[in-house]
Ligand binder design. Structure first.
Ligand code: AMP
Ligand code: FES
Ligand code: ZN
Ligand code: ZN
Length: 311
């Protein structure tokens, strides 16, 4: 297999794009494509201050690497969730996020849930009615709360996450199975910020997961291979497997599923439906962040309940 650009030996063959590239040209192609997506979806401009949420995984570390390579000002945020899973999942992911920052002279902000709020995610999920022993929903809420809090407090213009095409296609598949219109309306590469909600962007949303794995490996980025131990058996992993079966038979199916959805929505698939963005109607009296309902936000209510139970 030959590199389409230089004719040298290709190391990556992307059937979905009918494109094979050598290491050098692959490592150029990914950032160039990312720059194209950033412009196409109006994610941010060259002078904006970006906060990248880094989990220590391949996607978010690669995203940080790419933004840095493209010349953007991008700092990192790592949220210590306190998940062990028998192999020190959070500790190891923190170590790798920190190593990447140190090796590249980048700034990493760290928020540790237990240090900041006295409880880690597994404990909060035991206490909270949301948890039911499965911490993922509590964890998602806590991450969203902390990402927004830090982006606001430290004055960042935009918050970037490492969601890739496989993540987005799996969410889309789930929301399509139930025709959850409100979620479908909101599933975008860019969510505009307003009134204390930071703008959120997903610059990697058009890259296959395996494309990001190849990028991280070829760039020599050290990342955590293990998934979060609580994700085992999750619905989203099941949807990803289903979509991979489809992709194997029909290369490009996953990408066109996602892109045709974005296109159909832009052309008015849900015309007439009022877009229910996360309109922040109220301000939480405890943390001053926007919330959907009057009174304390659900994150602050959860922390308060945990404290009450521990007194
Ligand atoms: P996940 O929800 O684990 O698939 O992660 C999606 C994205 O959320 C990642 O690509 C990161 O940008 C961000 N993220 C996940 N976990 C963390 C964390 N512990 N700290 C900071 N950002 C995170
Ligand atoms: Fe949050 Fe797994 S429960 S990353
Ligand atoms: Zn080449
Ligand atoms: Zn609050």
């Amino acid at each position: 297999m030959k590199c389409k650009t230089c004719g040298g030996k290709a190391v990556v063959n992307m059937r979905q794009h009918n494109l094979a590239l050598c290491k050098e040209h692959y490592l150029e192609w990914i950032p160039a494509q990312t720059a194209r997506f950033i412009k196409k979806y109006w994610m941010f401009g060259p002078d904006e201050k970006i906060l990248v949420a880094v989990s220590g995984g391949k996607d978010s570390l690669s995203l940080w690497d790419i933004l840095h390579k493209l010349g953007y000002t991008a700092d990192g945020l790592y949220i210590g969730l306190g998940i062990d899973g028998g192999f020190g999942y959070s500790k190891e992911s923190h170590r790798l996020a920190k190593k990447f920052a140190d090796d590249n002279g980048l700034t990493l902000h760290v928020v540790d849930m237990e240090e900041t709020y006295s409880f880690n995610i597994p404990v909060l999920s035991e206490i909270s009615a949301r948890g039911h022993g499965k911490p993922c929903s509590v964890c998602g809420m806590a991450k969203r709360h902390e990402m927004n809090r830090i982006a606001n407090q430290l004055g960042y213009d935009v918050l970037a996450t490492g969601h890739n095409l496989d993540d987005e296609a799996a969410v889309l598949f789930g929301n399509t199975l139930t025709w959850s219109k409100d979620y479908l309306l909101r599933q975008k590469p860019v969510l505009d910020g307003h009134d204390g909600l930071a703008r959120k962007v997903k610059p990697l949303c058009r890259f296959y997961e395996k494309e990001m794995t190849a990028y991280a490996m070829l760039r020599g980025i050290e990342y955590i291979y293990d998934e979060c131990p609580f994700s085992v058996g999750s619905t989203s992993i099941y949807y990803k497997e289903l979509l991979n079966q489809l992709e194997n038979e029909r290369p490009g199916a996953k990408l066109s599923f996602y892109l045709n959805f974005l296109d159909a929505r832009d052309k008015g698939l849900f015309a007439g439906d009022v877009e229910k963005e996360e309109i922040p109607l109220h301000i939480c009296p405890t943390c001053s962040q926007p919330t959907m309902y009057e009174g304390k936000c659900s994150f602050c209510r959860m922390i308060e309940k945990a404290r009450g139970l521990n007194e």
